[in-house]
Design a protein around this ligand. Structure first.
Ligand SMILES: [Zn+2]
Length: 127
């Protein structure tokens, strides 16, 4: 089964290679949807759950949101497109969250980048 939790953060960025307005410093109210999958816990405090939402929230905040929120994203990655940021988030979450299945990073209410578990191998082979 999958569970999904959404997060919000505010950040600024500049896209240095962009020919248009994105080359100017500006900000977005980002939304991040985190999906994990796995079996339901059979006992313990997370019985009947894939994961406790509170535990998932604490982990995502500690590993990603706390670093990105109210940050100039160029300090985190040199060319912070939605695609590059969602990849950075995947690389920071996945070691701590083995059930990570999909991340969706909304840069605006109608534009997002999506990364899924199966995408990682193909991404690293691109020049
Ligand atoms: Zn932008």
């Amino acid at each position: 089964m999958q569970i999904r939790k959404s997060f919000r953060f505010e950040a600024a960025h500049v896209l240095p290679s962009h020919p248009g307005k994105c080359a100017r410093m500006h900000g977005h109210s980002y939304r991040l949807d985190v999906t994990i999958s796995g079996p339901l816990h059979k006992d313990g405090p997370a019985r009947g759950m894939v994961e406790d939402f509170d535990a998932l929230e604490a982990l995502v905040r500690a590993e990603a949101i706390d670093t990105l929120d109210h940050r100039t994203l160029n300090d985190v990655t040199e060319n912070p497109t939605a695609e590059e940021i969602v990849l950075w988030i995947w690389q920071h979450l996945e070691p701590a969250l083995p059930g990570l299945d999909e991340l969706v990073l909304w840069e605006t209410p109608d534009a997002c980048a999506v990364i899924r578990r199966g995408d990682i191998a193909t991404l690293s082979s691109r020049a």
